[in-house]
Design a protein around this ligand. Structure first.
Ligand code: PAF
Length: 281
């Protein structure tokens, strides 16, 4: 497995893979790899024969009060995990390499970036879209894989790729879950034992929404209110939102439709968790 930090070296390695006729796949990550990331590497491998993982804690997607400096960076462990998962090349750029002095260009995706995470973290998606487009320009992948856990993020990347004619196929791989259903996340390591127990309320609230809708409930606001109530009942859980939305536009629904997505976000102490579930009627 190659490990490359310099953009020039990366371009050379990609050129070499291309010249061997390889189909290039890319899995952008911020490291702190867990089984969820490994499943993305495997999904990528099933679509490509040269798998590039990027590991970069992207400063532009963190607000000043967020956890950029304390975000876990276990690089050696991550490289080991990537190697075990069959990744061909890991790109580990530096902040200075990607955002040199004088850097001034950002990508804004309107609409899909506005509600939920976008409303609560106003500069977050601008940072995500910018870094993902930069990584696409550097790696020039045929296919890129993102996790369904960051549902709004994958919808935004799909929108950006379509709007800007980026020649990459975007694949969304299913969320990996712990034994009790908690979505795997690099941020789960911050949870205390008590918080870890309460965190299951997110997954429960999504299942509750699905059950209500499958039982024929047509009042979407009542379903969202029930999700919120379920989150509020869990010790130490402070919900940010509980929403039923359209899977493509992420706009909140006022009536059930054949395909929907339920999304929740909540804080447990200083840790913020998100989760979602697609619901089909
Ligand atoms: O999902 C993530 O880990 C990040 O938002 C991404 C896509 C790697 C961009 O920094």
């Amino acid at each position: 497995m190659q490990v490359i930090s310099e953009t020039g070296e990366l371009r050379e390695a990609i050129k070499a893979a291309r010249s061997q006729g390889k189909r290039i796949g890319c899995v952008p990550t911020m490291g702190a790899l867990h089984a969820g990331h490994v499943s993305l590497f495997h999904a990528c491998r099933s679509q490509a024969n040269f798998v590039v993982a990027t590991i970069f804690v992207n400063p532009t997607q963190f607000a000043p009060h967020e956890d950029f400096s304390k975000y876990p960076r276990p690089l050696e462990k991550d490289l080991e995990a990537a190697k075990l998962a069959g990744v061909d090349l890991v790109f580990t750029p530096t902040k200075e390499g990607l955002y040199p002095e004088g850097y001034s260009t950002y990508v804004t995706v309107e609409g899909v970036s506005a509600p939920m995470e976008g409303a609560l973290r106003p500069t977050h998606f601008r940072g995500v879209a910018t870094i993902v487009l930069k990584l696409f320009n550097l790696v020039q992948p045929d296919v890129a894989v993102f996790g369904a856990k960051d549902y709004q993020q994958q919808a935004l990347i799909r929108r950006m790729v379509k709007d800007l004619d980026v020649p990459v196929e975007v694949i969304t791989a299913p969320t990996m879950r712990e034994h009790d259903g908690l979505a795997m996340s690099s941020r789960n390591v911050y949870l205390s034992a008590e918080q870890r127990k309460s965190a299951i309320a997110l997954w429960e609230s999504l299942n509750l929404a699905e059950d209500r809708l499958h039982d024929g409930e047509t009042d979407i606001q009542a379903v969202a209110a029930a999700m919120l109530q379920h989150l509020q009942k869990a010790a130490g859980v402070v919900p940010d939102y509980a929403v039923i939305a359209d899977p493509q536009t992420l706009q909140e629904l006022t009536a059930p439709q054949p395909r929907m997505v339920a999304l929740v976000a909540a804080r447990l102490g200083t840790t913020r968790l998100i989760d979602n579930k697609e619901i089909a009627l």
